[in-house]
Design a binder for this molecule. Structure first.
Ligand code: COA
Length: 161
């Protein structure tokens, strides 16, 4: 059974993430979408909210499961007996960052392996912070996030919250 891990803050999950998940899930037996609980970046949505939103979107994917993790990615990877980590690449700067990330992780765990999937061109400009910024001004986020969570995000940014 080949397990891959797709880690990230998913604050919130976007259509760009969905595309990577859809493609990566066909390359392995089990894909774990791993929501990082405590990042150096302060998250807007709680870990529970981020997991729940991802679960809502990923219900139709029979070999994808969502969970949260804390601590080092390499430790989580070994706990889950994962063969590799998947990351999406949107730009040259993502690529440079991913090279550093994989080199660091390989220093920590010599069996560390990763797959870098190029983002679809039309999703390459989407990021979770752009979604949050547009939503905070009441803008239209429908092209950026899965429809299952569009209203949840909008409500969190509504002035009554
Ligand atoms: N589509 C849309 N957005 C994408 C994307 C894609 N395909 N790929 C990346 N992004 C965006 C994310 O939305 C996020 O946007 P934001 O900054 O606006 O919120 C940004 O790119 C990068 O975030 P993310 O993928 O969540 O990565 P990260 O850099 O926050 O975290 C981890 C990467 C989780 C892999 C890393 O922090 C980690 O492993 N942490 C655990 C601790 C550890 O092991 N540290 C040692 C290794 S250095």
């Amino acid at each position: 059974m080949k397990t891959f891990i797709y880690p990230g803050s998913f604050d919130p999950l976007t259509r760009g993430h969905m595309d990577i998940i859809w493609r990566a899930s066909s390359l392995c037996d089990r894909l774990i979408v791993a929501v990082l609980k405590n990042n150096s970046k302060e998250a807007f949505f709680s870990p529970e909210e981020r997991v729940q939103m991802a679960q809502l979107c990923l219900l139709p994917f029979s070999n994808v499961l969502v969970c949260s993790f804390d601590g080092l990615l390499v430790d989580f990877m070994q706990e889950q007996k994962a063969a590799a980590v998947v990351r999406g690449i949107r730009s040259e700067s993502d690529f440079r960052y991913e090279l550093e990330l994989s080199a660091t992780n390989r220093l920590l765990y010599d069996k560390y392996e990763s797959f870098l999937l190029p983002a679809r061109q039309d999703y390459a400009i989407i990021s979770s912070s752009i979604v949050r910024e547009v939503a905070s001004y009441g803008g239209d986020i429908s092209a950026m996030v899965p429809e299952q969570i569009e209203n949840i995000i909008k409500e969190r940014f509504s002035p009554n919250n």
